[in-house]
Design a protein around this ligand. Structure first.
Ligand code: L34
Length: 300
């Protein structure tokens, strides 16, 4: 039997419609327009594509949005000065610095410089700390998107054996942390995290009721590594070539065609976790605007 497809694209569309209404209401009732700045350094094609999509979505939802493009050679202090400017800008409620940054820039220093109240990526240590102890805060967009997908697809998470492949600060660590928390409706799972130091990865993945893969390598999860009936969330977006028309050919970290015959539900690539990441950035920016305006919100 072929797995049910959990479409990030469709769930995203639903949430974007909800957000569009909320933005309109914020404008009409409170005179607040959510403001987002996305900062791109250099010309990494994947980063350009993601930031462009973020800007397009922000505009489509009625945000005030600003795109900053900086050259690869920009200095750390110039980038810090720009962040400082937007920390003080009353029209901007969310600041996003697209990662990865060039090697000569200290990523940590940049992320620490963003005002935690405008940290719509949830990467500032204040927000990471709050997340770990279960306080209201900005949740990082990809893990947040995964939680919402599991919720809207009505996957039973409470009590489930979840296996996460990957331990990055952006995905693996936070998603593992969130799912082990006693939070509702998505949480209270038993979580295992596999990484490059794991001795027998398949022994772990085969036990998973829910398998979340953020390894950053194409098709590392094959059908023999998946339990019959498991729910599989594929976070990978790998560029494995280009079409004759010059479009990127994408594939996930999961061997989709084989695994879909074994799983009960699976997310596709493209159209899975990626669009959800962008949608949760929009959600966080709306929350940031409410926080700034002193309105009730989910982040503090
Ligand atoms: N600061 N840097 C910061 N915040 C983030 O949340 C990100 N991330 C990751 C990389 N760097 C970041 C993203 O935005 C990954 N990521 C991201 C965002 C969107 C998509 C994939 C990754 C996405 O929309 N993927 C589409 C395909 C798009 C394409 O054609 O390239 C999909 O359907 O999966």
């Amino acid at each position: 039997m072929s797995a049910r497809i959990i479409s990030g694209k469709e769930i995203s569309q639903q949430i974007r419609e909800e957000l569009r209404k909320e933005v309109q209401e914020l404008k009409e009732k409170h005179g607040v327009t959510p403001g987002l700045v996305t900062i791109l350094v250099g010309e990494n094609p994947a980063s350009i594509s993601y930031v462009t999509a973020k800007q397009r979505t922000a505009k489509d939802l009625g945000f005030y949005s600003v795109q900053e493009n900086l050259p690869e050679e920009v200095s750390e202090s110039e980038l810090l000065a720009l962040i400082d400017k937007y920390n003080k800008d009353e029209k901007i409620h969310g600041i996003l610095v697209q990662l990865p940054l060039p090697k000569h820039i200290n990523e940590r220093k940049i992320l620490y410089a963003i005002d935690p109240r405008k940290d719509v990526d949830g990467f500032h240590p204040v927000n990471v700390g709050k997340m770990v102890i279960g306080e209201p805060c900005f949740l990082p967009c990809t893990p947040h998107g995964i939680l919402v997908m599991l919720e809207r697809a009505q996957v039973q998470v409470d009590g489930a054996d979840v296996v996460v492949v990957g331990r990055s600060n952006i995905v693996g660590k936070p998603v593992a942390n969130l799912l082990l928390q006693k939070r509702k409706p998505v949480g209270n799972a038993t979580v295992t995290v596999c990484h490059t130091g794991t001795r027998d990865m398949a022994a772990h993945t085969r036990r998973a009721d829910i398998l979340i893969v953020a390894a950053g390598r194409p098709k590392v999860i094959t059908a023999d590594m998946v339990k019959e009936g498991a729910v599989v969330i594929d976070v990978g977006v790998n560029r494995i070539g280009t079409t004759p028309e010059g479009k990127a050919i994408l594939c996930g970290d999961v061997d989709f065609d084989a695994v879909k015959e074994k799983a009960s539900a699976i997310t596709p690539v493209p159209g899975g976790v990626g669009p959800m990441t962008i949608t949760m950035l929009m959600k966080n920016t709306v929350e940031a605007a409410k926080l700034w305006a002193g309105l009730p919100c989910e982040v503090g």
